[in-house]
Design a protein around this ligand. Sequence first.
Ligand SMILES: C[S@@+](CC[C@H](N)C(=O)[O-])C[C@H]1O[C@@H](n2cnc3c(N)ncnc32)[C@H](O)[C@@H]1O
Length: 382
Amino acid sequence: MPPSYEQLSHLFRFFGETQCRGRSDVYATLSAAVADDDQLLELTSTAPPDQRRPSLLFAAVNLLLANDQDAALRSYYPIHGGTRKIDARLAPTFAAFCREHWSELEQLLATRSTQTNEIRRCFALRLGRHELARHWPGPVHLLEIGASAGLNLIFDRYAYRLDGSPLAGGDESTVVVETAQRGITADRLWADRPAPVRQRLGLDQHPVDLDDPEARNWLEAFIWPERIDDLATLRGAIEAFRTTEADVRLVRGDAVADTAAVIDELPGDEPVLVFTASLLSYLDQDQRTAFDDQLRSAAERRRIGWVFAEGPALLARSGIDAAGLSGPLASVVTNYAVGVSLRSPDTRHDQILALAEPYLRWIAPARVPDDDFAWASDPTAP
Ligand SMILES: C[S@@+](CC[C@H](N)C(=O)[O-])C[C@H]1O[C@@H](n2cnc3c(N)ncnc32)[C@H](O)[C@@H]1O
């Protein structure tokens, strides 16, 4: 294998083992196969260096597959009506599809970027919103950094189900966001309706315009092959976003350079709830430090509540100083920590509120404020 592909091969293997295991058998199988396939690694390296990700290749293939009714590969993808069980033909069928569509894939990989918008992460936002309201009651502005299409910005327009039971807030919505709770029951965390959101703003390097059908198809291409339910939820959320009367704005910008300026432009003196979910893994260490500096600087002028759903290992290296991160949790890379970092000119309070599956398919609320989740026997379990 050419040395330049070794890192990429490792990335596919890591993605398969840490992200796909127990979540998508199709992508787990394909990740392992691509990791050993020089041709497909060469294809993936068509993407700009910071976009060479397994998810980008899989999404590009998925996009083309949606329009290719006759492709044999479709039979393995339940979202495209496939019912075939995974067998030894999956990897060669995938490779053959890639060879057949080589130039289209090269073009997609060179010009597109990873785009997912997972509204199940609104459970993390709700949890953080409630914690913020405990400290600072009253209205807030909501600013999501790395907002993608902005679907999380209308979190209070969705209905929620926890272990099958409805939660208060947005109950009349036809978009239902569901998750499972692990460990303790923490109903009190979800029960009340917090004060309203004033302005809703999303900042993203590549914001998704949901009025553009091509952009919508690209977002859908990131749904994993087995997740028929996620596709329906995403389509419902897109419809809700396009028809919402809420004033939602998406702006193009860089988390590392523009966060403080965007916060400074928000009117009034309400706290700003800054939400990030799955952003830190897109930043290198210097950029993570710079992002923390942006929040630190903005918090010299007003109250900032950073609510996050991010990898604990990255949080531990991004300025979060929560007691919960002082133990083994700080090295977990497979699941996310949900928490808050409340900052103002005279306060600083960091707390991990829950451990969660990265797509928030389950959430395990903290038992005590400085919980290190040692009780979650395997915090890396899918
Ligand atoms: C995995 S998506 C998560 C989107 C959304 N937060 C969610 O949970 O569904 C990461 C998003 O971060 C954006 N992003 C990556 N690096 C960024 C940066 N430096 N500044 C702003 N946005 C960035 C990407 O464009 C993408 O939309």
